[in-house]
Design a protein around this ligand. Structure first.
Ligand SMILES: O=C[C@H](O)[C@H](O)COP(=O)(O)O
Ligand SMILES: C=C(OP(=O)(O)O)C(=O)O
Length: 357
């Protein structure tokens, strides 16, 4: 046997993490929170199956970095969700894992103290606590499933998941999605390509066997049954939006040709707003108009919204962070969010019930 070290040459250290089972026994899901998760997952399935006439709207911060501000946001959103619930099923964006184009802060789980200490164990605790609290308020939560291990710690709290534009083509993410317990939206690629989302939907509807961890943290072969509630998310790309009626019709055609359900979500942010938050309400108005004109396939919407407008860089002194302002993509503020959601509800309340009548 050679004495030459040939592995872990670029690994600085490893640390054993709490197991999913132990985290859940420290922080169990209450009956009330479990009911929120189960009912909202079913409501999203019903929307996708055409049994519930509403649109589901995933709205909230681009990323969560301050859990007090997130709770403040959730309280406001819960009141709005109740007000519009006859027409819109509101789900809060509770995004803890951020895919980066190159480098940058990767979210609350990865670096909860925002200072490159990467206290992932603490990140999982803080994240799970917040998700439990939001669900206990009766507000469902949505997240991006980026890390293939973290769903074992958190997926029991999630009503809807996204696979992001940078990972829709990844086999690892497709395998994971085939076993997740909720509807999953696949973003089109960052270059605007729809094929990757269509192929992802085909892939996840099949069973897969792959490497993962079980609830005891033991490396395991995960064998999945397949997830029939994959859908496309149009987020624009390649410098162009794709929420317009022609792009939506082309997406419908591609889904039909692939033998997939014609379930489309429009992400009003990202390349659909050229990352300018002020454009998001215009996209919402356009989608409302398309539905008034007879569109049947748009079933969901995504909006990046926070308490206050815009975004900020992480300051050197964390006490200089502005309250309720995104530290990733720019968001619309709360008054704009309320106005845009209320307008959408008022315009669609008599029309949506006729879609599935
Ligand atoms: O939604 C957030 C961002 O668009 C995504 O995480 C990529 O961010 P970046 O291009 O700033 O790294
Ligand atoms: C990263 C995101 O989006 P996308 O994958 O579309 O860039 C997001 O929704 O936070």
């Amino acid at each position: 046997m050679s004495g030459k070290k040939l592995e872990d040459l670029n690994v600085a250290s490893t640390e054993t993490l709490i197991t999913p089972e132990a985290l859940k026994s420290e922080m169990p899901l209450s009956d009330q929170a479990a009911e929120t998760v189960a009912n909202s997952r079913q409501a999203i399935y019903d929307i996708m199956d055409g049994k519930d006439h509403r649109l589901f709207v995933v709205v909230g911060p681009c990323s969560i970095h301050d859990v007090d501000a997130a709770r403040d946001y959730a309280k406001r959103l819960k009141a709005l969700a109740d007000e519009v619930s006859d027409t819109l099923l509101i789900v809060m964006r509770v995004y803890f894992e951020k895919p980066r184009t190159t480098v940058g802060w990767k979210g609350l789980i990865n670096d909860p103290h925002l200072n490159d200490t990467f206290d992932i164990e603490q990140g999982l605790h803080i994240g799970r606590r917040l998700l439990l609290d939001i669900n206990e308020m009766g507000l469902p939560a949505a997240t991006e499933a980026l890390d293939p291990i973290s769903p074992q710690y958190l997926q029991d709290t999630i009503a809807w998941s996204a696979i992001g534009a940078r990972t829709t083509e990844s086999q690892t993410h497709r395998e994971m999605s085939s076993g997740l317990s909720m509807a999953i939206g696949f973003k089109n690629g960052t270059d605007g390509s729809l094929d990757v989302a269509v192929n992802a939907m085909k892939s996840v509807s099949h069973p897969h066997s792959f490497l993962g961890i079980d609830q005891k943290g033991q490396v395991a072969i995960i064998r999945t049954k397949g997830n029939n509630y994959g859908h496309a998310v149009l987020r624009g790309g390649g410098g162009k939006p794709n929420y317009d009626s022609v792009s939506v019709a082309l997406c419908e055609q591609a889904l039909e040709k692939a033998g997939l359900r014609k379930s489309i979500m429009v992400d009003c942010s990202h390349a659909n707003s050229n990352k300018d938050p002020g454009i998001q309400p215009l996209v919402m108005q356009d989608i409302t108009h398309q539905i008034l004109e007879g569109n049947q396939s748009i079933q969901g919407l995504m909006v990046e919204s926070n308490i206050n407008w815009g975004n900020q860089s992480i300051p050197e002194k964390l006490e200089d962070l502005k309250y309720g302002v995104s530290i990733t993509d720019a968001c619309i503020d709360w008054p704009t969010t309320e106005k845009a959601i209320r307008e959408m509800r008022d315009k669609l309340k008599d029309v949506l019930p006729k879609r599935t009548a």
